[in-house]
Ligand binder design. Structure first.
Ligand code: BGP
Length: 479
C-alpha cells in the first residue's frame, strides 16, 4: 500500500558547505581544518573545487525547483563568514548565503541551515586548540549570532552541530582531536564544549530568530542484537549508548544521563563542566531532531578479555575492507547476515530508518526531519552521456516507504532530505562515492589537477533518480 504523507511535508535534499561549494579561496574565505585534510591526507579528496556550487548555485536551485523541492538543507562555512581572528564579518560571505537563501525562497524552497558541518576555520583551531579550549564556546556563540542576525529573518529551521556523536566517536579521523594528548578522556571535554556551543546557539536562536526552530543532527545507526543471548542484548545496548544514546539524551533532556556520569566516574574522566553550565544546558530546549540515517549495525557482547579492535572504515569502496570495532567489556559490532551491503560495506537496510524514527519518537517525543539518508556508489556516464542509477532509486523508494510506515505508526516526521542533491565530495571518498540525484561531470583526479573549476565545465546531468524523485514529490510521496 501507499502510506500517506502529511500535507506540507518537506521534500528536498541535503549538503554541506565543504563538500559542495568549492571556491575555498574565493571572496575572502580562509582555510578550514577540513581543507587541509583534503590536501594532505588520503583518502580525503581535494575540496578546492568540489561541485563548484559556489559558482553554480543559481543553476542548482533552478534544478531543485524543477525537481519540485520544498526544502533544502545546507551548511554555512564559518571561514567564509568570519575569516580571521579579528572577528570581522566578511560581507562577501554573507552576500553568497543571502543570494542562495533568496534564490531558494524565490522558488518556494524552505532553507534548513546547519551552523557547523566540520569546517572549523584554521584560525579558530589555532586560537582554541581545536575544540579543546573552553574559549571555543565564545567564538562559536559569536559566529552563531552573526548567522542568526544576518539570515534569521528568512531562515527558520536551524541545526547546530552535524553528527556530534560521530565526531566524538570517530572524529580523530576528521581532525577533531587536535590538541589532545589523551583522546580517551579529553574527548569528553571536547564533547562538553560542543554541548555548550549548541546550548548557546539554541538560546540565541530563540532570542534572535522570530519563529526560529533549532535542533541537533545525530548520526543514527541503530544497533540490532546479533542473537537473543542475554549478553548480546547488553552488548547491543552498550553500543547504542556509546555511539548514540548519550548524545540524544543530552540533547533532549538538557542534562547528562546517570549512565554517562557513572561512566566518567568509573574511568576517572573530568569533562570540564563549569558552574552554570548545567543550568544553561537545561535552558537550551531543542525544537526538533534532525535525523541522519543511512544504515544499521549489529552488536554483540565483548567480554573484558576480548581483543580490542579500532573501527576501521572502508575508505576505498572495495567490499570487505571494513573492520568492525571491539571494545572489551562493552560491545563489538558484527556482520548482519540478513542484509546486503554496498561497496563500502554499509548495510542496505531501509527498515533501519523506520526503526530509528520509532526509537527516537518513543524516547523523546520531538518532531523529526530527515536530514540525511542516501546511497553512495561508484558512478560514471554511459556512452550517451546519461547516468542510470536504479540502485539509488530502489534505495530511496524503500527508505521513503519506511518513513511512510513510521508516520502511520504515529511518529511526527516533517520532512525528508536525502543526501545529496548534486554529487559532492564524500567525506572520505571524494567523487569516488557519489550520492547525488544530479551527476557532476568531474572525477577526483580532474578536480585535483585542474587549476580552477572553469577548466572543467562542471556540467550537471540529471540522473534517473532525479526524474523518479521529482514524480514522487509531485504526488506527495506516492510512487
Ligand atoms: C554523514 C555526513 C556527511 C556525508 C555522509 C555520507 O555522516 O554528515 O557529511 O559525508 O555521512 O558519508 P560518506 O561521505 O562517508 O559516504
Amino acid at each position: 500500500h501507499d502510506p500517506k504523507f502529511p500535507e506540507g511535508f518537506f521534500w528536498g535534499a541535503s549538503s554541506a558547505a565543504w563538500q559542495v561549494e568549492g571556491a575555498t579561496e574565493a571572496d575572502g574565505r580562509t582555510p578550514a581544518i577540513i581543507d587541509l585534510n583534503s590536501k594532505t591526507k588520503k583518502p580525503f579528496a581535494d575540496n578546492s573545487i568540489a561541485a563548484d556550487h559556489y559558482h553554480h548555485y543559481k543553476e542548482d536551485v533552478a534544478l531543485m525547483a524543477e525537481c519540485g523541492f520544498t526544502s533544502y538543507r545546507f551548511s554555512l562555512a564559518w571561514p567564509r563568514i568570519i575569516p580571521n581572528s579579528d572577528r570581522k564579518v566578511n560581507q562577501a560571505g554573507i552576500d553568497f548565503y543571502n543570494n542562495l537563501i533568496n534564490e531558494l525562497l524565490k522558488h518556494n524552497i524552505t532553507p534548513i541551515v546547519t551552523l557547523y558541518h566540520y569546517d572549523m576555520p584554521v584560525w579558530v583551531e589555532e586560537k582554541c586548540n581545536g575544540w579543546l579550549d573552553r574559549s571555543i564556546v565564545d567564538e562559536f556563540e559569536y559566529y552563531a549570532k552573526v548567522c542568526f542576525e544576518n539570515f534569521g529573518d528568512r531562515v527558520k529551521y536551524w541545526l547546530a552541530i552535524n553528527e556530534q556523536n560521530m565526531q566524538i566517536c570517530y572524529g580523530h579521523w576528521l581532525g577533531v582531536s587536535k590538541g589532545c594528548t589523551d583522546w580517551f578522556r579529553q574527548k569528553w571535554v571536547i564533547n562538553h564544549n560542543m554541548n555548550m556551543c549548541s546550548a548557546k546557539a539554541v538560546i540565541a536562536c530563540h532570542e534572535m530568530v522570530e519563529g526560529g526552530k533549532i535542533g541537533p543532527v545525530p548520526g543514527m545507526v541503530p544497533i540490532y542484537p546479533e542473537t537473543c543471548k542475554p549478553m548480546d542484548q547488553i552488548g547491543a545496548m552498550n553500543a547504542e549508548e556509546f555511539t548514540e544514546k548519550i548524545w540524544n539524551d543530552t540533547n533532549a533532556y538538557g542534562k547528562y544521563s546517570n549512565f554517562l556520569k557513572n561512566y566518567w566516574k568509573n574511568n576517572d574522566i573530568d569533562p570540564g563542566i563549569q558552574p552554570g553550565d548545567e543550568e544553561l544546558m537545561l535552558a537550551a530546549k531543542i525544537d526538533y531532531i534532525g535525523v541522519n540515517c543511512y544504515r544499521s549495525n549489529t552488536g554483540k557482547d565483548a567480554p573484558l578479555d576480548a581483543e580490542e579492535q579500532e573501527y576501521l572504515l572502508n575508505k576505498d569502496g572495495v567490499k570487505g575492507n571494513l573492520k568492525f570495532p571491539v571494545v572489551p567489556g562493552q560491545y563489538a559490532l558484527t556482520n548482519n547476515p540478513y542484509v546486503e551491503t554496498n561497496d563500502w560495506d554499509w548495510e542496505i537496510d531501509p527498515v533501519s530508518l523506520r526503526y530509528t524514527l520509532r526509537y527516537l519518537w518513543d524516547h523523546y517525543q520531538l518532531p523529526m526531519m530527515i536530514m540525511e539518508n542516501g546511497f553512495g556508489m561508484h558512478e560514471a556516464k554511459d556512452e550517451n552521456g546519461e547516468v542510470h542509477d536504479p540502485e539509488r532509486i530502489e534505495f530511496l523508494r524503500e527508505n521513503i516507504y519506511q518513513v511512510g510506515l513510521a508516520i502511520e505508526d504515529g511518529v511526527e516526521v516533517i520532512g525528508y532530505n536525502p543526501w545529496s542533491f548534486t554529487d559532492l565530495l564524500s567525506t572520505g571518498n571524494g567523487m569516488a562515492k557519489r550520492y547525488g540525484l544530479v551527476f557532476i561531470d568531474a572525477t577526483d583526479e580532474e578536480l585535483a589537477n585542474a587549476k580552477d573549476a572553469s577548466e572543467l565545465g562542471m556540467k550537471r546531468i540529471r540522473k534517473d533518480s532525479f526524474y523518479w524523485y521529482s514524480k514522487l514529490i509531485k504526488s506527495n510521496g506516492k510512487d
